[in-house]
Design a protein around this ligand. Structure first.
Ligand SMILES: C[S@@+](CC[C@H](N)C(=O)[O-])C[C@H]1O[C@@H](n2cnc3c(N)ncnc32)[C@H](O)[C@@H]1O
Length: 251
């Protein structure tokens, strides 16, 4: 699962761990049995629908491969922003820029433009201040534009910590203490500091940023993939997966 919860290195250099993690993350994502390939990207793609003629801003775009695919499907004038700065070679109509998603309006190549779709795919938790990041993103939307944002089910982290610490799900779910996290599938030598969050934290963040939820999806495997990749179905059976939201400005 391409998981995320949030780095707390808000005031410092947030790029350090991501420069180290980017190749491990992309290798894990590219594997045939990655949950990103089996569940997340198909669900994200379905939510985006026909992107012909639409401009897309991908905040925390990784190496930019998803944006390149959207450009191949007809998206135009699109920009990917990532703090790691490790990008694929972009085709015409796609710019990939090193920058911080905490304030997209300040990123060169983004400032002064508007976008039909703004994506925070497993990247929103890394914003220094979630409400502010969404308020800034909202300013960059066209009149009919929306944000597609995905986040790991908070129950997943609470369950993992409860198993690790011998505590209960509720104790960990409602804990407010930042915790250290190593992504075994990416690179277990790199530690990220994560902020715990609850469902109400997440929903209140959207409201505080002046957004309303148009759609919520909790994507799962197809029956065929569940049969082919039972070890991945077991992960979803235990940890639920991720949440996807389309968010529109309250006018
Ligand atoms: C879990 S990966 C998700 C990548 C991609 N969106 C996807 O769906 O496959 C999180 C990404 O967020 C990027 N990131 C972390 N902190 C960031 C920040 N402050 N500003 C911009 N990108 C950031 C990382 O470099 C990484 O590529």
């Amino acid at each position: 699962m391409a998981d995320e919860a949030g780095s707390v290195s808000a005031g410092g250099d947030a790029s350090g761990p991501w420069q180290a993690l980017s190749s491990g993350f992309e290798e894990a994502r590219a594997r045939e049995d990655s949950l990103d390939r089996l569940v997340e990207w198909p669900a994200e793609r379905a939510l985006l629908g026909d992107v012909t003629g639409l401009s897309v801003l991908d905040a925390g775009c990784g190496n930019g491969a998803k944006l390149v695919e959207l450009a191949r499907d007809g998206a135009v004038s699109s920009v990917g922003v990532d703090i790691s700065g490790s990008f694929v070679a972009p085709p015409a109509g796609v710019e990939l820029v090193r920058g911080d998603l905490s304030d997209l309006t300040a990123v060169p190549g983004v400032a002064g433009r508007t976008f039909d779709r703004i994506l925070f795919l497993q990247s929103f938790g890394y914003a220094a201040d979630g409400v502010r990041a969404l308020q800034r993103a909202r300013e960059l939307l066209t009149d009919d534009g929306y944000i597609l944002l995905t986040r790991t089910q908070p129950i997943r982290y609470a369950l993992e910590r409860a198993e690790e610490n011998g505590t209960s799900l509720g104790q960990e779910y409602f804990s407010t203490q930042p915790f250290a996290y190593q992504h075994r599938a990416w690179d277990d030598r790199v530690t990220l500091t994560k902020r715990p969050y609850t469902m109400s934290d997440l929903l209140n963040t959207f409201s505080a940023a002046g957004l309303w939820i148009e759609t919520t999806v909790e994507p799962q495997m197809t029956a065929d993939n569940a049969r082919r990749y039972p070890h991945k179905q077991a992960v979803l059976d235990r940890y639920l997966g991720i949440l996807m939201f389309t968010l529109r400005p309250r006018r």
